[in-house]
Each structure stands twice: as C-alpha cells, then as structure tokens.
Write a protein of this length. Sequence first.
Length: 313
Amino acid sequence: MDRVSTLGLPAAGRMAAWNDLYSSRMSRVEFTPGDQQHFDAELSIGRLGPVKLARLSVDRCSIERTRQHLAQSPRLYSFLLQASGSSVFSHYGHEAHLSAGDFVLCDTGMPHYFHTDGPSLTVMVRVTPEVLSEYLPSPEQFCGLHLGRAVGLTHTVAAMVRSLSDQIDLGSCREHEARVANYLMEMISISYTLGFDCQSSASAAAWRRRNDVIRYIEDNLRDPLLNAESVAEGVHLSSRHLRTIFAASGEKVSAYILRRRLEECARKLRDPAWSGQTLMKIAFGWGFNSAAHFTRSFRDQFGVSPREYRRAS
C-alpha cells in the first residue's frame, strides 16, 4: 500500500508539496486549506485487480480540478464514498451534498470541486473508462448525482467499500483479487441502477449528447453572449433538438446557464481568497453584464442578496 501525508512536509511550500504528492498519485488538482497554518491530510492507495482503492483524510479544505488540469492526467472514473464527515461535491452541473455513507460518481475528464467544512474521510473506487463500461455502459448520466446511503443497496455497498479499503492488501489471496474486484463493481453497478431509473439505450444516447452540450456550456460559461442559440450553434444542433435533449432533465438550457453562473459566483463569495474582490468583478467574471440582473437572480436562487451571502459565509 502506498501512503503519503502532510506529516513531515516543511512549513515553507507545504501546500505546493502536498499538491504535487497527491497529483502524482491520483489526478492533478489543487488543494486550498481552510486554515493555512494547521492543515493535515493523508492519502492511502492500494490495488484490487483493475480497481484502485484510495482513502483520503483531510481537514477543512477545498479541492478543485480545473480545465487547466485536465490534460495533465488520464481520464478515469471514481466512485466517491463519504466514509465520515460531510462535503459538497460539484460536477457536471450538479451539486451533491454528501453525508457519511453517500456516494457520488466523478469523471476526471471534467472539472469538479469538493469542499468540506471539517475533517472528512473519502474512499475512492477508481477505474478506467474501459473497465467501467463493462458494468455501467453510460456512466456520464450518473456523474455528479447524489446516491444516498438509504437508497437500494447503497448502505451494503458502502460497508463493502469501507471494509475493502481497510484491508486492501490481500496478501496470500492475490489470485482472488480480480474476482473480488468484479463482485465490487457488480454491486456498485446494481446500487446505481436501483438508485436511479435505468435508462433505455435511446435515453442513454440522449444523456451522452446532453453531456456533450454540458461540456460546451461549462467551457464557455464566462462568455456573456452564451445563450441557448449560441450553444445550439456551437454543438451543431438545431434549437429544437437541443431543447429535446435537455427536456429529460426538466431544466431549460437558459435556466441551466443561469444556475451554473450563480453557483460559481456563490462559490467565489464563500472563498476567503476572493474576499478582496468586488461583487461586480466576480459577477462579470462569470458572464453577467448587469448588476441589477445579477443581484435579482442571486436573491431568487439563494434567498439573500450577494452581499448578505458573503457576510454569512
């Protein structure tokens, strides 16, 4: 088992050293601690046949994988189990609020953001797209969605993942690793298909097309000219076809764009690193071009004004 931690890292450049340690073993990300002076983290990694099991223990922090990080590590899928503590995971336009026993699926080929307000333990079940396709043919439709511990077999799968991560080195049972990994992935697959309505092949194809649209929107979210018409043109679809693809989610393209811009603005308002930036600089940086429209939309979404939201964070 490979184990690394912040213990023993020099005070000067400690976060940069930890970011490099983590990124060299998992995927390129950036950790931002809640307390720059007192931050501890530990990562343990083991293998179970084609499956990588990783345990990440952190203090209050945020972890972000940006567009700039994507080319620096291969695309993988990770089932994240919130083993203890709680967190918020933002991915594929979804925001999953995780408590102990909950799962969320992460595609490292897309940006994502993790935040915890206190000590947190996450267990990651990580596989290549080729391995996952044998169990979940269209994983994109599940990425970023919250799978609660009380749904279907989730509680049983969570116990299995926790137990395996505790005893990842099977010692004399190496020949059985592939079989155990297969059972684990089968159980995760069953849990997800029970937790969410199974999609027909046609629906799965529509979800894949929708996620192509989401990728385009996320890449261009800061552009103030981004709207449903420019999205349709950018992904080479008719406006009617675009509306049909998005209809499955119950959210219009324009509503998705507005919600995502507001969520990114709210995230910056919560981030101490952005405390010196004006509200309008943050808003305009995420595609808004009217202070009145931003303030009104923000209040509609979060129930308070941007200024009140920042003060309460």
